[in-house]
Design a protein. Structure first.
Lengths: 799, 242
C-alpha cells in the first residue's frame, strides 16, 4: 500500500512539474521554445523503459531500496533541474546565428530530462515488481497525475511559480518517505532527516527565474525611473505593473497626431504582452490620441453606440468608447487579476474607468461570453492585446484561438443590432497575412449568413502598424463611406476596401511596394477566391472551430519559394511557431526510435519477432490514441468552458481520474484480456461517435448555464469515455507481464515515447485537417491496438 | 659562472627592440588589415549584393571598424551577416540593415542628422562618415556612456551624444534633415515628426530587436507626411510568380 501511495505522489509531482515548467518558461522565455524543451525532456518516460529493460532483474530484486532512492533523487532533481536550466544562457533568437546555442539547447534537454526520467523510472519499476497488480499501479499513477493537473492550476492562484516548485518538491519528498516505510527503521529515519534538511536548504535558496533580456519587461526595466509597482501570479500569467515616465503606448498612432499622451503605467503579462493603464485626469479631452488609431473608425460611423469590448485589458478601448460618449460599454476581460488591478489597486490612477456608471465589466473569455449572451450591441470591438514582437515572429502559430474563427465571426454578427458594426484590429504584418485571413473569414462568414454580395458590408483600413476591419450585417451607407474617407485622410490611414473603391484611392499614405492588401481583398471577393487561397504564399484560409489556428500561416510547400526570395534567416523569424513544432516532431520521433530500438539488442531471444511486433503496435497505438483523444477533447471543452486553462485542467484531470478507475475496474473481472480490450475499444468507438454527432448540441443547450454546472456536465461527458480508455493499457501490460515479462519495461517505454510524440503530431494534424480528423485517427489507433491482439489466441505475446 | 660576450647582449637587445618597434606594430597592422578585409567583404557580399548602391554609404560601411562597436566576446562575429546582442536587450543591427537605413535617408555632407537609440554608436559612426553633424540620443545610461567614450576614442568628433528620453528629440538642434530611429516603438513620437525639416526623411525599423520586419521611411513634403513601407527582402506574394 505504501508504494502505491508513494506512486500517487510521484505521479502528482511529475504532472504538476510539467505544467509548472510550461508556466515558468512562458514567463522567462517564449512558450514555443518551452514546448519543444519540455516535449523532448518528457522522453525521460521512454528512456526509463529502456533503462528498466536493461537492468530489469537487478531493479526487481532490490525494488524497495531503489524505488526509494529514485524517488528521493527525483525530489532533489526537481529543484536542481530548474535552477540549472535558469543558468543556461540559451536564447532562442540567437540560435539562427550562433551554433553554440544548439549546445545550450541540448543542455536544456538534459537538465529537464533528469526529473522525468527518475519519476518515470519509479512508475516503470513498479510495473515489473507488481506484475500481478498492474491495473492497480496504473490506477494510482493516473489518479496521481489527475490530481497533479488540478493541483498545479489551483495552486498557481496562491503560490508564485518558485514556491509552487518547492511545494511540488516537498510532495515528492513525501513520496520517498512513504516508500521508505518499507525499508529498515534506520533508513527511514535517515531519509526523513535528509528530506527535511534539503527542503530547508531549498526554502533558504529558492530558485530565481531569469527572464530573457529581450522580453519587453526586461528592456523596460532599464528605462529611466523604471519601478515595478506590483507583481501578481495566476495560471493565466504573471502580471507586472511598471512605472516610468518613458512609458507611452499607442500602437499604430497616426503620423498626423500632434499632441501629448497622458501618463501611463505599463502592464506586462508573462513579462511580454504589454498594455497600458492610462491616467487621463478625468478629462476625456486628454484621450484625443486614442481617436488617432485605426481602431477608432467605427465610432465615426455610429452615433451613441452601445458597445461590447472583447479583451478590455488595461482599458484603452473602454477609454475610446468613453471619449466618443458611448452611453453603455460592456467590457469583457478574461483575466480577473487585470480587472482587479485596474479597478482596485490602480483605480485612482485609471480614474476608476471600470467603476463608471456607463461601464460594466464581465470576467469571461470573449467567445464564451458572446455564446452565452443574448444581448445585441451597436458595436462589438475586438481589441488588440497580443504583443507585436511575438506576433510578428509567428510565436502564436500553435495557439488555438476561438476568437477569430468563422463560427465566431457568425456569432458576433448575430449579436449586432440592425445597423451594428463588428470592428477587429490586428497588427499589420509584412508580408501581409493576418489582415488578409481576417478579411477572408469575414467574407465567408457573411456568405454563410446568406449575404450574396459581401463587398458592401465590409470596410478595411490600415495605419502604418495596424489594420482595422469593419463588418456589418447590412450594407454601409454612402454617408458612412464619406465619414470613412474623411477619417482616414485626416489621419493618413490607407483605405483598403469599401464597396466602390477605385484603384487610385488605395496605397496613398503608407505606401507599400504594391497595393497588396487591396489586391488580396479584391481577389477574396471575386469568384476565383479558392485559387487565390491556393496560390498565396501563406495559409490564409479562414480558421474554423475544428481547426482554430488563426495565427498559423506557414505552408510547407511555400518554403522553397520563401527561401529563394527572402533568404534563410527570414523564414524562422516570420513563422517560429510552426518551425518549432516540426523540429520538435522530428527530434521526438528520432529519439523515440532510438529509445525503442536500443532495448531490442538486449532482449534478443526474449520472444518471437511476431510477439514483439504486436507489443510494439499495441502500445504505440494506445499511446498515440489516448493523447489524440485527450487533446481533441480539451479543444472541444475549451469552447464550452470558455477558459482554456480551466478547460485543460478539468479535461486532463477528468480523463486521468476516470481512466484510473477504468484501470482499476479492468482488473476486477475475470474475463480474457483480449475480450476485455475488445469490449473497451468497442465502447470507446461507440461513445466517441455519439459525441461527435451530439456534443455540439449538448454544449449549445448548456452554454449559458453557470460555470459549476458546465464543469459537472463536462466531467459527466468525459467519465464514460475515459473509463474505457483507462482499460486497454493495464490489460495489455498484464498480458505481457504474464506471458513475456522482459517485454514489460519495453512496452512501458514505447507507450512513453508515443505519449510524447502524439501531442506534437496531433497539433500538426489539427492544423492541417482539424480536430475531427485527430479524433478519427485516435479511433483507428484503438482499432489497430485491438486487432493486434487477435493472433494472441494462437501465439499471444508469448514466444 | 660562465661569462657571456657583451655583443650577445647587444644582439639580444636589438632583437627585442626590433620586435617591439617593428614586428609588434606590424602585427597590429596586420590585424587591422584583416578587419579591413572583412569589412570590404561585408560591403561586397552582404550590402552591395543586396542592392545598396550609394557610394557614400558603401564607403562609410567599409571604413567604420564594426569590430570596435561590439562586445569583446563577439569581435570574431563582428562582420557576420547578422545583428549582435550588446546588452540591455538591445542589439547592433545587421550590417545590411544599417546600410539600407542610411541609404534610405539619402544623407548629404551638409546634413544634420538625429539618431534616436544610440546603442553601441555604430550607426552614428557610419552617419558621421557621411554628414557634418550627427546628434544621437540614448535612453539607457550605461549604453550612452560607453557609446560616448567609444566615439571619442575613435575620433568621431562630429557626433554629439545625449543620454535622455529620445521621444522628445533634440529641440535645440532641430530641425533635422534626417532622423533615424534604431529602436522599434509602438508609435512614432509626434515630436520627432515635428523636428523633421521640410523635405526631410525619417527611417524607423518595425519589428523585434533582432529582426526588422520592415522599415518605415517617413518623408515631409510641403508640410505633408507620407510614409513608405520598405521590406528589406523581395516579397512575391503568389507562388509560381518570379
Amino acid at each position: 500500500m505504501n508504494i502505491f501511495l508513494s506512486l500517487f505522489f510521484i505521479s502528482l509531482s511529475l504532472l504538476s512539474y510539467e505544467i509548472l515548467l510550461m508556466r515558468i518558461f512562458s514567463i522567462t522565455s517564449w512558450s514555443h521554445f518551452a514546448y519543444m524543451a519540455i516535449s523532448i525532456a518528457l522522453l525521460g518516460f521512454g528512456a526509463s523503459g529502456s533503462f528498466i529493460a536493461l537492468f530489469r532483474k537487478k531493479l526487481r530484486r532490490r525494488f524497495y531500496s531503489l524505488f526509494t532512492l529514485f524517488s528521493f533523487l527525483f525530489s532533489i532533481s526537481l529543484y536542481f533541474s530548474l535552477v540549472l536550466s535558469q543558468r543556461i544562457p540559451f536564447d532562442p533568437f540567437l540560435i539562427v546565428w550562433f551554433k553554440e546555442q544548439y549546445l545550450y539547447l541540448l543542455g536544456y534537454y538534459l537538465v529537464l530530462f533528469i526529473p522525468f526520467f527518475l519519476g518515470a523510472s519509479c512508475i516503470g519499476i513498479s510495473f515489473i515488481r507488481f506484475a500481478g497488480k498492474i491495473h492497480k499501479v496504473y490506477f494510482y499513477n493516473l489518479l496521481g497525475s489527475g490530481a497533479g493537473a488540478l493541483a498545479a492550476v489551483l495552486l498557481m492562484y496562491i503560490l508564485s511559480p518558485t514556491h509552487l516548485l518547492l511545494t511540488i518538491a516537498a510532495l515528492a519528498f513525501l513520496a520517498s518517505v512513504i516508500s521508505a516505510l518499507s525499508l529498515s527503521k534506520r533508513s527511514l529515519q535517515l531519509l526523513i532527516l535528509a528530506s527535511f534538511f534539503i527542503m530547508f536548504v531549498f526554502f533558504l535558496y529558492p530558485p530565481r527565474l531569469q527572464i530573457s533580456q529581450y522580453k519587453a519587461l526586461m528592456t523596460s526595466l532599464h528605462l529611466p525611473g523604471a519601478r515595478v509597482l506590483s507583481q501578481s501570479s495566476s495560471p493565466l500569467g504573471v502580471i507586472h505593473v511598471l512605472e516610468s515616465p518613458a512609458i507611452r503606448y499607442a500602437p499604430g498612432l497616426s503620423l498626423n497626431f500632434h499632441g501629448e499622451l497622458p501618463p501611463q503605467l505599463a502592464l506586462f503579462i508573462d513579462a511580454d504582452s504589454m498594455c497600458a493603464i492610462t491616467n487621463f485626469g478625468g478629462d476625456l479631452k486628454n484621450l484625443r490620441y486614442l481617436d488617432y488609431r485605426s481602431a477608432a473608425l467605427a465610432y465615426h460611423l455610429l452615433e451613441n453606440p452601445r458597445v461590447l469590448i472583447l479583451g478590455s485589458g488595461g482599458g484603452s478601448e473602454i477609454l475610446t468608447a468613453l471619449y466618443h460618449r458611448a452611453p453603455s460599454v460592456k467590457a469583457v476581460e478574461i483575466n480577473p487579476q487585470i480587472v482587479d488591478l485596474v479597478r482596485e489597486k490602480y483605480g485612482e490612477f485609471s480614474n476608476h474607468i471600470y467603476s463608471r456608471p456607463e461601464v460594466s465589466v464581465k470576467v469571461a473569455e470573449g467567445r464564451g461570453f458572446i455564446q452565452a449572451s443574448s444581448e445585441k450591441y451597436d458595436l462589438i470591438q475586438i481589441a488588440l492585446l497580443d504583443s507585436f514582437a511575438a506576433s510578428s515572429a509567428g510565436v502564436y502559430a500553435l495557439s488555438e484561438s476561438y476568437i477569430y474563427t468563422l463560427e465566431a465571426m457568425k456569432e458576433y454578427l448575430g449579436h449586432l443590432s440592425s445597423e451594428g458594426i463588428l470592428s477587429i484590429t490586428r497588427w499589420l504584418r509584412m508580408p501581409p497575412r493576418d489582415g488578409i485571413k481576417l478579411f477572408a473569414t469575414a467574407v465567408e462568414a457573411l456568405q454563410k449568413l446568406g449575404v450574396d454580395d459581401p463587398s458592401s458590408h465590409l470596410i478595411f483600413i490600415r495605419s502604418w502598424a495596424t489594420s482595422t476591419l469593419l463588418i456589418k450585417s447590412s450594407s454601409f451607407t454612402p454617408s458612412q463611406i464619406e465619414k470613412l474617407i474623411e477619417f482616414s485622410e485626416e489621419r493618413l490611414f490607407d483605405v483598403i476596401w469599401y464597396s466602390g473603391i477605385k484603384p487610385g484611392e488605395v496605397n496613398r499614405y503608407n505606401i507599400l511596394e504594391k497595393p497588396h492588401y487591396y489586391e488580396a481583398s479584391s481577389r477574396i471577393l471575386s469568384p476565383n477566391r479558392d485559387s487565390f487561397y491556393r496560390d498565396y504564399l501563406f495559409d490564409i484560409v479562414p480558421a474554423t472551430d475544428n481547426s482554430p489556428y488563426f495565427f498559423h500561416f506557414f505552408r510547407l510547400r511555400s518554403l522553397p519559394h520563401l527561401l529563394k526570395t527572402m533568404g534563410a534567416e527570414w523564414v524562422p523569424f516570420m513563422e517560429w511557431g510552426y518551425i518549432i513544432l516540426l523540429a520538435t516532431l522530428v527530434q521526438a520521433v528520432g529519439v523515440s526510435i532510438f529509445l525503442i530500438i536500443l532495448p531490442l539488442f538486449f532482449l534478443k531471444g526474449r520472444g518471437a519477432r511476431g510477439s514483439r511486433a504486436r507489443v510494439f503496435i499495441y502500445f504505440l497505438s494506445l499511446g498515440l490514441a489516448y493523447m489524440f483523444m485527450e487533446i481533441s477533447f480539451i479543444q472541444k471543452f475549451t469552447l464550452f468552458l470558455s477558459y482554456p486553462i480551466y478547460a485543460a485542467a478539468v479535461t486532463i484531470a477528468g480523463f486521468l481520474f476516470f481512466s484510473g478507475w477504468g484501470s482499476y475496474l479492468s482488473g476486477r473481472f475475470s474475463l480474457a484480456s483480449s475480450f476485455k480490450v475488445a469490449v473497451a475499444v468497442g465502447a470507446i468507438i461507440m461513445v466517441t461517435l455519439v459525441y461527435l454527432f451530439s456534443i455540439d448540441h449538448i454544449f449549445s443547450f448548456f452554454i449559458s448555464f453557470p460555470d459549476s454546472i458546465k464543469i459537472l456536465i463536462s466531467l459527466l461527458l468525459i467519465a464514460p469515455l475515459a473509463l474505457f480508455m483507462g482499460m486497454p493499457f493495464p490489460l495489455g501490460l498484464t498480458t505481457v507481464s504474464s506471458e513475456n515479462p522482459p517485454l514489460v519495461p519495453w512496452a512501458w517505454g514505447i507507450n512513453g515515447c508515443a505519449s510524447v510524440v502524439s501531442p506534437v503530431l496531433a497539433t500538426v494534424l489539427a492544423i492541417s485537417f482539424g480536430f475531427n480528423v485527430v479524433v478519427s485517427c485516435a479511433l483507428l489507433f484503438y482499432l489497430l491496438a485491438a486487432l493486434s491482439l487477435i493472433p494472441q489466441q494462437r501465439t499471444s505475446f508469448r514466444t | 659562472m660562465r661569462k657571456y660576450p657583451f655583443y650577445l647582449f647587444v644582439i639580444i637587445g636589438l632583437l627585442v627592440l626590433l620586435i617591439f618597434f617593428v614586428v609588434y606594430p606590424l602585427r597590429g597592422k596586420r590585424e587591422e588589415d584583416i578587419y579591413r578585409g572583412k569589412a570590404e567583404a561585408m560591403v561586397a557580399e552582404q550590402i552591395q549584393a543586396r542592392g545598396v548602391k550609394d557610394e557614400k554609404v558603401l564607403q562609410a560601411m567599409g571604413k567604420v571598424p564594426r569590430h570596435r562597436f561590439v562586445p569583446e566576446n563577439l569581435i570574431p562575429h563582428a562582420y557576420e551577416d547578422n545583428p549582435l546582442p550588446i546588452g540591455f536587450g538591445q542589439t547592433i543591427s545587421q550590417p545590411y540593415i544599417v546600410a539600407l537605413m542610411t541609404e534610405l535617408l539619402n544623407p548629404e555632407g551638409s546634413d544634420r542628422v538625429l539618431e534616436v537609440g544610440t546603442g553601441s554608436a555604430y550607426q552614428a559612426a557610419v552617419l558621421s562618415e557621411i554628414v557634418d553633424e550627427v546628434y544621437t540620443i540614448e535612453i539607457f545610461e550605461e549604453l550612452g556612456t560607453s557609446a560616448k567614450e567609444r566615439l571619442e576614442d575613435l575620433g568621431y568628433d562630429n557626433v554629439k551624444v545625449k543620454i535622455a528620453d529620445g521621444y522628445y528629440g533634440w529641440p535645440e538642434y532641430a530641425p533635422f534633415d534626417a532622423i533615424i530611429v534604431t529602436c522599434a516603438a509602438s508609435h512614432i513620437p509626434p515630436p520627432l515628426i515635428q523636428q523633421l525639416s521640410e523635405g526631410g526623411k525619417m527611417c524607423i525599423p518595425v519589428g523585434s530587436v533582432f529582426w526588422a520586419q520592415n522599415l518605415m521611411l517617413v518623408e515631409k513634403k510641403n508640410g505633408k507626411i507620407v510614409s513608405r513601407n520598405i521590406l528589406p527582402v523581395r516579397f512575391v506574394p503568389m507562388l509560381g510568380e518570379h
